[in-house]
Design a binder for this molecule. Structure first.
Ligand code: AMP
Ligand code: MN
Ligand code: MN
Length: 320
């Protein structure tokens, strides 16, 4: 289904409940807010599921006031954003209770689980797709909408730095700038402003860093024990996910979060390895240059061995 068909169908439904993915990130929050605002500008009733306790730290300055669904809201239509799989929805129950479902996403691994689905894997962020919806409906984003979409796109492109950043991304950012104005306060809040303990986490993660395969693979981890001792949350060390990939010569970087009941791996690549494929082979997913996968009931060593082997195999293919 193309985006025009999605927009045409949106007009036929009402009482939307917007659902991002679990552990929402800047893109899911920014796209949920800008979509909610767009639906309201179309005279629809729309709210976002209650993500207030799960706001990602980098965009927690965005206010959810008036956007979170009141408990008695009788929603009818689910609108999923930035989520590739039904099992990864922030609230599966809400989705199942809806009569109709829409989904807008940009993950290559999206399995089109909603009735009306649109996936643009060339879009840097779901916020880009929402921006196209504003265009289709010929609705001008207001200042807040521009901020939401900027946060969404900036978050998924590493502030216009990753390879998913296209001329369209820059063009949209230019249009958002013309509406919002200077974004420097926002980008400082999103990237530069950290607490001293967050900054010190760099030292810990660097001390855990290991290089394998002649420096083509780099990985490090953060253990929940360390975070507890330093009053940090996993969310607050998210900014270190891309650190292993920064090293010259590294093709795949892994950042591993050792939680009490889960080992979560963030995979990042630089030039030629499709990490979404590797993540998918272990039940995860994501994008070509940034993907994730979770392991349960297994050890850190086992996770490292399995992933390193899989990555090595992919890298070797290139040299065969
Ligand atoms: P992360 O490493 O958590 O920053 O995730 C990188 C990308 O992969 C994001 O677009 C996530 O939505 C996606 N992703 C992370 N974990 C999973 C998973 N277990 N299954 C599917 N997609 C994932
Ligand atoms: Mn996301
Ligand atoms: Mn996204």
């Amino acid at each position: 289904m193309n985006l025009f068909d999605i927009c045409e169908n949106v007009l036929k439904y009402d009482d939307f409940i917007i659902i991002p993915h679990i552990n929402p990130d800047g893109d899911s929050v920014g796209s949920a807010l800008s979509l909610c605002s767009l639906l309201r500008k179309l005279n629809k009733t729309a709210y976002i599921v209650n993500i207030s306790e799960n706001m990602p730290k980098n965009v927690d300055f965005l206010s959810l006031d008036g956007f979170v669904a009141p408990s008695d809201f009788e929603y009818k239509t689910a609108f999923c954003v930035d989520c590739a799989d039904k099992m990864r929805l922030f609230d599966n129950e809400v989705f199942n209770k809806c009569e109709t479902s829409f989904s807008i996403d940009h993950h290559v691994t999206n399995n089109e689980f909603a009735l009306f689905s649109f996936v643009d894997s060339n879009a840097s962020a779901t916020g880009e797709v929402i921006h196209s919806m504003y265009k289709i409906f010929d609705i001008l984003p207001d200042k807040n909408d521009a901020m939401y979409m900027f946060c969404s796109i900036s978050s998924d492109t590493g502030n216009f730095k990753f390879s998913n950043t296209t001329s369209k991304t820059f063009k949209i950012a230019g249009e958002l700038y013309d509406i919002y104005g200077e974004f420097s306060d926002i980008t400082r809040a999103m990237y530069d402003e950290v607490t001293l303990n967050q900054l010190k986490a760099n030292e810990y993660v660097l001390s855990n860093l290991k290089l394998v395969m002649d420096g083509k693979i780099a990985y490090s981890y953060v253990h929940y024990d360390y975070l507890e001792k330093n009053g940090l949350s996993f969310d607050e060390v998210e900014f270190l996910s891309s650190l292993p990939r920064q090293i010259k010569g590294v093709e795949v970087g892994m950042f591993i979060k050792i939680r009490k009941d889960e080992i979560k791996v963030s995979l990042r690549s630089n030039k030629y390895i499709d990490v979404s494929k590797i993540a998918a082979s272990f039940g995860g997913g994501g994008h070509v240059r940034a993907a994730g996968v979770s392991f349960f009931d297994t050890s850190f060593e086992d996770v490292c061995n399995k992933l390193i082997k899989a990555i090595e195999n992919e890298i070797k293919k290139r040299y065969e």
